[in-house]
Design a protein. Structure first.
Length: 187
């Protein structure tokens, strides 16, 4: 059934706004992306944009959520290790996204930052989803140990992406594959 009315319009406007913000971040970087530029791109006033997103940081957090939703849909049913490798590989062609994630994650260390709750929830969800996918591959290890391994692999991916920002010659996917093969007994 097709959604109608103001709710459908609101959802469509949210997608349009987040897509515009994503395009600007990819073109200019998150530092140079302003609420004014996003509003212009969407065709709304800056005041209307602020009504829905009270700050640029809130908009950027919602952009990260939006990208997460798309990734989860795109990789539903795919092996979690392969998903992690593919996402890191995709991010490699979008350095602005890695910069945004690194910057927001650093800001999220402050409990008052708009990204704090998002990153807490994201890491809990990633650990839960990744652990579930790894459980059978880790030979009956206790759930706590599987979660620790999941956390280490996720942290390694994050760290490699940050390192890649500093040294783009770092082959993030190759390094991560060496680690996952060592931990999971791959080739």
């Amino acid at each position: 059934m097709k959604r109608r009315g103001p709710y459908a319009k609101g959802v469509a406007r949210r997608i349009q706004t987040l897509t515009a913000a994503e395009t600007l971040v990819l073109e200019r970087g998150h530092e140079a992306t302003t609420m004014r530029l996003v509003a212009e791109r969407v065709g709304v006033t800056e005041a209307a944009l602020y009504y829905h997103f009270p700050s640029k940081d809130v908009l950027l957090v919602e952009l990260l959520r939006f990208r997460d939703e798309r990734s989860r849909a795109r990789y539903e049913g795919v092996d979690p290790v392969e998903t992690l490798l593919r996402i890191v590989e995709e991010n490699q062609v979008e350095p602005a996204v890695i910069r945004l994630i690194a910057s927001m994650a650093a800001g999220a260390s402050d409990p008052q930052h708009p990204a704090h709750d998002y990153f807490q929830e994201r890491y809990q969800r990633l650990t839960r989803e990744f652990s579930a996918g790894l459980k059978g591959r880790l030979g009956g290890l206790p759930d706590e140990r599987v979660a620790e391994i999941a956390n280490l692999l996720i942290a390694s991916a994050d760290g490699l992406q940050t390192r890649w920002l500093i040294d783009p010659t770092t082959d993030m996917v190759a390094h991560l594959r060496v680690l996952t093969d060592a931990v999971l007994g791959g080739s």
